[in-house]
Ligand binder design. Structure first.
Ligand SMILES: [Zn+2]
Length: 419
């Protein structure tokens, strides 16, 4: 059965589900506000989604998990602090100390931000977040399972996406990387020059001109590191209407569509996962998989994950075949399934890698499930991305309408032809 043949006046009827999604996003924003991971607002928003899903799913559960709310983004401040201390140690001629701090910084960045590993989490207090999972069962034997994923939490504000945009964000990222590279080279060179792990003051006669030049280059990156302190403003969580209540309620809308219209697939189970803690480093989806992976694999039913994240600018829509800053491979078959579904709703979407960061599909791919993501956001990034501008009056009804159709189409297509 084709999605657009499943009920009469399909295009007009789908509008109802778009309206449902938009109304729900507005309700959650108005009633609960910004939802950093583990906040009361996130819990209440999840309870709201759970109550909603209970109307269109057979089984709905909310599972709690613990994670740190600030550890993931704290690598910026921790790294900037260590790199500034490194400059002091290098200036004093204590290159072994400078090198150790530089390597530690690189370890924290690679661990937390490139691989989303909880390398800093042990130093931070834990909060309780949760995941909401609703299942619409198959009428007969379950042979396939599709899980639509959105995330319930919202980010802390990124100061420079709001003030300055791409040039400033790029300057901080590349300036910081440059600072690390200069420090690595300078500390190692200094140890070779002094033939020991501790040398003389950079500005003494014993240090050659090369060391002095490297010191100046290092100092030039200091203002960028100081700017990095304000990169993520933990005092100002944002509303996250687009990122990612769109993903949550578009997924819920697909389940509602099936339920309202009495559609139940014979062999395909359709599930919705509203995961917490994505902005804290995919912690919700990771926790969901830790708790449910074995059960999902034990029944032998093929399970695919389709993440929907930040639906606002259709002209920039993309399906990710590589996630987590390119380090994790998503499933090309799932990517192509979404692409075919998109084509069926009149949208040509390229498949390609994510620029920076990750979506919940990365966690599913890492756990060994076929997964891919659909995102519709200007990667510049858009000025509302992780800022106070991501509000319920800054939604695109057209983008949501098309993606509601895309989500329904993906489910139907998966039931019909699999991956
Ligand atoms: Zn986000």
């Amino acid at each position: 059965m084709k999605a657009n043949e499943s009920i009469p006046n399909y295009d007009i009827k789908v509008r109802e589900y778009t309206n449902y999604a938009i109304k729900s996003i507005k309700n959650v924003c108005k009633s609960f506000g910004p939802r950093p991971v583990g906040s009361e607002a996130e819990t209440k928003a999840q309870e709201y989604m759970k109550a909603d899903l209970e109307n269109f799913c057979d089984d709905v559960k909310r599972e709690e998990y613990k994670c740190s709310d600030k550890a993931f983004m704290s690598w910026v401040i921790v790294g900037a602090t260590l790199m500034l201390f490194n400059m002091v140690l290098f200036t004093l001629g204590i290159s072994i100390g400078g090198l150790a701090l530089t390597l530690l910084t690189a370890f924290f960045i690679v661990g937390e931000f490139i691989f989303y590993k909880p390398v800093l989490d042990g130093f931070f207090k834990k909060v309780t977040s949760g995941n909401v999972y609703g299942v619409r069962k198959a009428s007969g034997e379950t042979k396939k399972r599709i899980i639509l994923v959105g995330h319930t939490d919202s980010a802390f504000e990124w100061t420079y996406t709001y003030n300055g945009g791409r040039p400033v964000v790029a300057t901080i990222i590349f300036g910081s990387i440059l600072s690390i590279i200069i420090s690595l080279v300078a500390n190692i060179y200094s140890m070779i020059h002094f033939q020991g792990v501790i040398g003389s003051l950079v500005w003494s006669a014993e240090s050659g001109i090369a060391i002095k030049v490297m010191a100046v280059l290092m100092y030039l990156t200091a203002p960028i590191l100081i700017m990095a302190y304000r990169f993520c403003n933990f005092k100002n969580p944002v509303m996250g209407a687009n990122d990612n209540l769109t993903g949550c309620f578009i997924s819920c809308a697909a389940a509602k569509f099936l339920s309202d219209n009495g559609i139940r697939f014979e062999n395909t189970e359709v599930a919705v996962l509203c995961a917490g803690g994505e902005e804290a480093g995919l912690r919700g989806t990771k926790a969901f998989l830790k708790a449910n992976k074995d059960a999902l694999k034990a029944d032998g039913v093929e399970t695919i994950f389709v993440t929907i994240d930040t639906i606002r600018e259709l002209e920039f829509s993309k399906i990710y075949d590589k996630d987590m800053t390119g380090m994790v491979k998503n499933d090309i078959r799932v990517a192509k399934l979404i692409q075919s579904a998109a084509k069926n709703v009149g949208l040509d979407v390229p498949i390609g890698p994510i620029d920076l960061g990750a979506t919940d599909s990365a966690a599913a791919s890492q756990a060994g499930f076929p997964a891919s993501s659909f995102v519709a956001m200007n990667p510049a990034p858009a000025r509302y991305y992780h800022t106070r501008l991501d509000t319920a009056d800054n939604l695109s009804a057209q983008a949501i309408d098309t993606t509601v159709k895309l989500a329904i189409e993906t489910v139907f297509l998966y039931d019909e032809q699999g991956i």
